[in-house]
Design a protein around this ligand. Structure first.
Ligand code: 5AD
Ligand code: SF4
Length: 484
């Protein structure tokens, strides 16, 4: 394993090293958190287990955005109870958003759990595992509340932010792939309080990391061979480091990171529509390493619904923002999220969402059925009054509209040569009954998935691929010249 960067906190392990299995549910922020927890555990002397059956430390990094994600975890915990009965020394931990939201409730519903750790306390996982192993469990570490925990969360988060995924041993295909691609958090938390969303209460107040710290982390990643950086923030385009004068906004940060040798691609997610300022769009246009790709969730096409969602913009201003992007960067791809069946959503409201999807020609839309979250304003103020059947139908209708657009907009790629960063083996090969051929997957800068035949030595290369066939979600092609 790599040497620790200077000033890195270390954990001296008194108990036996463990084999850990870490299961992640949820968004990219959670994937990054899991990488960091895995790195911290490896650094403390533990090792990764090949399967849950061989693990004596089982950690679930959880999501609370929708009920379904929570149900999955509670049902998995039901199964882990049996493992605990068979192997009582196994340590079981619940990490992340659900840990923060449900806290002691988790021990009540799943007595097999030894550890409950919120998203702001994840750097403590190795020492908490020590405590439990030494018989000092069960342990719970969560933020007290949103307001009171602000500075605490920041200091813990800051020390944790210095762990990078590079510390994970590149044994698995996923880890190998991570050598060329890395996520870097630029901000914690969210202050938007959209009425349906649990994130601000579980992830705490919005706090931008100092730009110099981000630049150092990206420099280190570049030195280690990383080609693509994805900057992460719940509302990444409201990033602002005001500890320096003049303050560094996301557009300035992109300029800083663009100068780092070795980095070939820069991306950033997720954007808040209201903060899509011209300086940011122009930075994307003018900086060749920045991918012309914007994920900007619209959530709804109805002003009445947007107002009830407390999104803080109208559908007209969302459309105006889209035209500003497309005027300046005609080849930009935009993706969006939508919630269907939000409280009080009428058929007419839904049709306005359908119109927005039809007109906007998103490269992709992630569509979710509304799930009431206790503790949010929507759950407090409005009835979850759209039936499950109607939610499902609206979900399918919207997907059908989006899929048609995907198919049409992939069509012009036929015969075209695109540049892709090769990410790893493709999961498509099996699905398409082509298990005998080696298929790899890569991505264009406009975030299109490209599947092609090739050996694993191509992973981590940036290559030209000529597109031969398409479907709504994938371009299939052939490498032009793998020696470039
Ligand atoms: N129900 C359904 N979808 C939700 N999202 C956030 N909260 C909820 C909820 N309560 C969706 C939004 C967000 C995405 C990450 O998850 O579309 O952009
Ligand atoms: Fe949730 Fe809204 Fe914050 Fe996104 S911007 S994390 S939807 S509260």
């Amino acid at each position: 394993m790599r040497a620790l960067p200077e000033g890195q906190p270390t954990s001296i392990m008194n108990s036996m090293p463990r084999r850990f299995f870490l299961q992640t549910v949820g968004c990219q922020m959670n994937s990054l958190d899991s990488e960091l927890v895995a790195a911290a555990l490896l650094r403390a002397g533990h090792r990764q287990a090949e399967s849950i059956g061989r693990a004596d430390l089982i950690l679930l990094n959880t999501c609370s955005v929708r009920q379904h994600a929570e149900d999955k975890i509670y049902s998995l915990l039901g199964r882990l109870k049996e493992i605990k009965q068979e192997r009582p020394a196994t340590i079981i931990g619940v990490l992340g958003c659900m840990a923060q939201k449900d806290q002691h409730e988790i021990f009540r519903r799943a007595p097999c759990v030894d550890l409950v750790v919120g998203p702001g306390q994840l750097s403590l996982v190795p020492s908490l595992v020590e405590d439990v192993a030494a018989g000092r469990g069960p342990r719970i570490e969560v933020s007290l509340d949103r307001i009171g925990s602000g500075s605490d969360r920041a200091s813990v988060a800051k020390s944790f932010a210095r762990f990078t995924p590079r510390d994970i041993e590149p044994t698995s295909a996923a880890a190998k792939r991570r050598r060329h691609q890395a996520m870097v958090r630029v901000a914690f938390g969210c202050d938007k309080f959209c009425s349906y969303c649990i994130v601000p209460s579980v992830r705490g107040p919005e706090q931008s990391r100092p730009a110099s710290e981000i630049r150092d982390e990206v420099q280190r990643l570049a030195d280690e061979g990383c080609l693509e950086i994805t900057l992460l923030g719940q509302t990444v385009n409201s990033y602002c480091d005001a500890t320096v004068q003049p303050a560094v906004r996301l557009s300035d940060l992109l300029v800083m990171l663009h100068e780092i040798d070795g980095i070939r691609r820069l991306r950033f997610v997720t954007n808040y529509p209201k903060h899509m300022t011209d300086d940011l769009i122009e930075a994307v246009r003018d900086l060749p390493k920045v991918s012309p790709y914007f994920h900007v969730p619209a959530q709804s096409g109805s002003n009445v619904v947007l107002e009830r969602m407390r999104r803080g913009y109208t559908v007209e201003s969302y459309r105006e923002m889209l035209s500003r992007i497309r005027e300046r960067i005609p080849n930009a791809t935009v993706t969006s999220d939508f919630i269907v069946g939000f409280c009080g959503e009428t058929e007419e409201d839904f049709q306005q969402t359908a119109d927005l999807v039809r007109d906007s020609r998103f490269k992709n839309s992630f569509i979710f059925k509304y799930s009431g979250r206790p503790g949010t304003k929507a759950a407090e103020l409005y009835a979850d009054d759209v039936s499950e059947a109607v939610k499902r139908r609206r979900n399918n209708d919207l997907l059908a509209i989006q899929n048609e657009i995907c198919q049409e907009d992939n069509q012009p790629f036929l015969g075209r040569t695109v540049e892709i960063l090769v990410e790893g083996p493709s999961k498509m090969a099996k699905k398409r009954g082509e298990g005998t051929k080696r298929q790899l997957v890569g991505r264009t800068t406009c975030d299109r998935i490209v599947v092609f035949e090739g050996g694993e030595e191509l992973v981590g290369r940036i290559l030209p691929v000529t597109i031969e066939t398409i479907d709504p979600f994938t371009l299939f092609g052939k490498v032009v010249d793998s020696t470039t």
